[in-house]
Each structure stands twice: as structure tokens, then as C-alpha cells.
Design a protein around this ligand. Structure first.
Ligand code: IMP
Length: 195
């Protein structure tokens, strides 16, 4: 089965690939030669995931899925949430976003946060959604260089290392994205069994 992942983020592709059934031929936007912008204007993670998957499905007519992720910080009333990518402003870097987050949380003891991923699948009847959440805390400083985005400041519950201090395999055992992808993979395997 061919599945097109509606993302240009190579870190996400690396994380997702080993979790999908081996029968899946995973295509990326690079494989399709797509280099444009994908609209992402919804106020919810599910809405954005759907918008991205639908946009790519409409363009290529290949079953497509997209993920949208948000970091919800309790002391910031759920911010940056759906605006995680643009937290420090349009066109700012992941490091700028981290610096802003650390500034907003300076002097605050409650560091509780959740990472949430919603995957939307388009091309098999009604769109389907798969969600994954991981609980954790925002560290006071950056630690580690692996991964991407907010990984250097997110420490999952029960661990003393951030995602950026973990190998891809370790992050994939517990991350928000891997939890959503595992649900998606389970659905694919179940579906395959019925064909
Ligand atoms: P999006 O899902 O690509 O829109 O990501 C939203 C924001 O969260 C971006 O700033 C990403 O860099 C960040 N992000 C998404 N997934 C992860 C992750 O697994 N770890 C750390 N940051 C992430």
C-alpha cells in the first residue's frame, strides 16, 4: 500500500518510517518533487492535520496523511499549543521558539507540559484521526542535540533526559508522535487483514 506523508520535515519521516507496517510504501513530498507551501490555518491540531492531508491528497490523488503537533504548557494556559511552530513569530527558528518559552517560564516552578500529535488520513472514505500524547516537563535550560523543535527542553515523565538527549529509538518508544503512529499502524494492519 502506498501512503504519502504530507510533510517536508525529514525528522518526522525518520521517526514515522520504522513504526509503519513493512508492507507500506511510504512516499514523501520530496519523492513527489513538491516544494511549495501547505496551508495550515485551522485553530485546532486536528483541523490543521486534516487541511494538510486533504491538500496533498487533492493534488496527487494518493492516500495521504499529515501530522500536526502542539506543545501545551500548563502554566501558560495551554500555550503555545496549535501555534507552537510560530511561537516566537513568523519565520523564526526552533531555537527562537525555545528561547521565548524559557523566557515565559522564567521564575515559574510549575513546568508541566504535554506534547500532542494528531494524524489525519485522507483517501479511505471519511477522514480518520489518530492522537498521541506524552506528559512531561519543560527544563530550565536546553539539553542535548538530537531530534528537532522543542526536544532540547522537553523531558518526558519518568525520565531524567530530554528528547534531545535520547536516540531516535528511545524517543520513538514514548513520544506523542510514535503513540499516534502506532494507533495508525494498528488500523492499517487490521485493514490489511480484511483485504
Ligand atoms: P508541526 O506539527 O510541524 O506544525 O509542529 C509544530 C511545532 O512543534 C514546530 O515548532 C515543531 O518544531 C514542533 N514539534 C513538532 N513535533 C515535535 C517533536 O517531536 N519534538 C519537538 N518539537 C516538535
Amino acid at each position: 500500500m502506498k501512503l504519502l506523508f504530507a510533510s517536508q520535515n525529514k525528522h518526522k519521516i525518520e521517526e514515522i518510517k520504522p513504526l509503519l507496517p513493512s508492507s507500506v510504501e511510504l512516499l514523501s513530498l520530496t519523492d513527489m518533487g513538491f516544494e511549495g507551501e501547505i496551508p495550515e490555518t485551522s485553530p485546532t491540531l486536528a483541523g490543521n492535520a486534516l487541511q494538510k492531508a486533504q491538500f496533498i491528497y487533492d493534488k496527487y490523488k494518493i492516500t495521504s496523511f499529515a501530522d500536526d503537533t502542539g506543545l501545551e504548557v500548563a502554566a501558560l494556559h495551554g500555550e503555545p499549543g496549535v501555534y507552537s511552530a510560530r511561537y516566537a513569530g513568523e519565520g523564526k527558528s526552533a531555537n527562537d521558539n525555545i528561547e521565548k518559552l524559557l523566557r515565559e517560564l522564567s521564575g515559574i516552578e510549575n513546568r508541566y507540559a504535554e506534547f500532542k500529535t494528531v494524524i489525519a488520513l485522507v483517501g479511505h472514505g471519511q477522514p480518520l484521526f489518530f492522537e498521541g500524547i506524552v506528559k512531561g516537563t519543560i527544563t530550565k535550560e536546553k539539553h542535548g542535540t538530537n531530534g528537532f523543535g522543542y526536544d532540547p527542553v522537553f523531558m518526558p515523565e519518568g525520565y531524567d533526559r530530554t528528547f534531545a538527549q535520547m536516540t531516535l529509538e528511545e524517543k520513538n518508544k514514548l513520544s506523542h508522535r510514535s503513540r499516534a503512529v502506532r494507533k495508525f499502524a494498528e488500523w492499517l494492519r487490521e485493514k490489511e487483514g480484511k483485504i
